[in-house]
Design a protein around this ligand. Structure first.
Ligand SMILES: Cc1ncc(COP(=O)(O)O)c(C=O)c1O
Length: 440
């Protein structure tokens, strides 16, 4: 089970949290804005904005120069690697920065694909975002066979038996999402990594959707790669890839000749987005400070984090943060699902059995049953948008899922995504607005 059980933990200090996010105070047509679009990208706390602008103001330079701002830039990037290593529980040289998860995954598929050809197989799923599908499908041009893991359509969970049955000695890689950005399903990633390894295949995990909701521990998962995007967990628009050191060293990177062969840098092409990287440390520290709110002694001297593994370490504060986040998010999710169940015109997709809620994120896909032309997901999202509710409509690139469920041609889903800065009041207002829109 991932970090999804309701654990006894103190409530989060929501007023303190929300005060740190300037954008949350916006209004639309006189209505307070309710940011229910976290799966598309979360808002950022002031410290992330400050870190990014301070970098540009004081240290803006390229890397590797023999002068102050360049050295500061090198140090800042090294710090951000350590922050992400704490976030994912790995070593700093296993952290690769890139523009976004999709680009990093295409980069890795090209590198992995260099050694693959006819007779090799890659297993993808019908549940995944296309960013963990198309980069592998691209290897069909090298003769690689792509196989598909099916889903249980009734609750949008992965058919793990089907996945296991499709593994064989030809399977070279299993591409798996940690959680679905469309319907919120959390996959048993640790078990799937174990199954992949049992036939000698690599496990490549897309943790983009899971990252704001649950603790990630790549050591425990024993996955070979895991990609995420900091803009989905309260940071800037950047992608981050964890790769086991042995793979980052062994695989042949496409790269320019002057670039070092050392890892992780040989996987980082050209000049990175330094100001965003400065924001990454701030976003990880935001989460760690959230986690240590019940234990102010966590940060030694109020400034430095303890060594990883210690009680006062940033990693242990991140662990606490996700306990708090989980408890708050699931409280909101349960309330929202109960309310949605009371609106008979609406159908909720994904896991609906409360005893299995540990296997879902608070990301809800809904549709109006027997929808009319003015009740499409786009129509709903537009009406909600006018009242300050920021939701999403369509397939959000989980194309294979919307096709499998036959909702693609009729507009996909309306997606409501909760994160820890959302409130009970927002949930109740949304339910009232939905009732009005569908005409109850
Ligand atoms: C589950 C999932 N995977 C991958 C991506 C792609 O991430 P990026 O925009 O960083 O390429 C997204 C973006 O929405 C996503 O939700």
């Amino acid at each position: 089970m991932p970090t999804t059980e309701i654990v006894p933990a103190p409530a989060i200090d929501l007023a303190h949290i929300r005060a740190q996010f300037p954008s949350l105070a916006q209004t639309v047509n006189g209505h307070p804005a309710a940011f229910l679009d976290g799966p598309g990208g979360t808002q950022v706390p002031q410290r992330v904005i400050d870190a990014m602008s301070n970098y540009l103001r004081h240290d803006n330079a390229n890397t590797g120069g023999a002068y102050a701002t360049s050295r500061n830039t090198d140090a800042m990037i090294a710090e951000a690697r350590v922050a992400m290593a704490d976030f994912l529980n790995c070593a700093a040289d296993e952290i690769v920065f890139g523009p976004n998860m999709t680009s990093l995954t295409f980069m890795m598929s090209r590198a992995i694909g260099r050694d693959l050809g006819p007779g090799d197989e890659i297993l993808v799923t019908r549940l995944d975002h296309d960013a963990n599908v198309s980069p592998w499908l691209a290897l069909e041009e090298k003769g690689v066979t792509i196989r598909w893991t099916e889903i249980h359509q009734e609750d949008c969970t992965l058919d793990v038996e089907d996945l296991a049955a499709k593994l064989n000695s030809k399977t070279k890689l299993v591409a798996i999402g940690y959680a679905s950005n469309a319907v919120g399903t959390i996959n048993p990633v640790k078990e799937i990594a174990r199954l992949a390894h049992s036939v000698g295949a690599l496990a490549y995990v897309d943790a983009v959707h899971y990252a704001p909701h649950g603790l990630i521990d790549v050591g425990d998962l024993d996955c070979d790669f895991l990609a995420c995007s900091t803009y989905k967990f309260f940071g800037p628009h950047m992608g981050v890839l964890f790769g086991k050191r042995e793979h980052l060293q062994r695989l042949r990177a496409y790269k320019v000749r002057p670039l070092t062969d050392a890892i992780p840098n040989r996987w980082e092409w050209g000049t990175l987005n330094h100001e965003c990287i400065a924001g990454i440390t701030a976003c990880v520290d935001y989460l760690a400070d959230l986690g240590s709110q019940g234990n102010p002694a966590s940060r030694k001297g109020g400034e430095k984090w303890g060594t990883p593994g210690e009680a006062g370490s940033r990693r242990s504060a991140i662990v606490s943060a996700f306990e708090l986040i989980h408890r708050h998010e699931h409280g909101l999710m349960n309330r929202l699902i109960e309310g949605l169940n009371e609106i008979p015109q609406l159908k909720l997709y994904g896991i609906t059995d409360p005893s299995c809620f540990g296997w879902r994120c608070p990301t809800l896909a809904i549709r109006v049953r027997n929808q009319t032309a003015d009740q499409t997901p786009l129509a709903l999202a537009s009406k909600l948008g006018e009242h300050g509710f920021f939701t999403w409509d369509g397939n959000y690139y989980a194309l294979n899922l919307t096709e499998r469920l036959d909702v693609e041609k009729s507009g996909g889903f309306l997606r409501i995504g909760l994160v820890h800065y959302n409130t009970v009041e927002e949930v109740d207002r949304l339910l009232a607005a939905l009732k009005k829109i569908v005409g109850e």
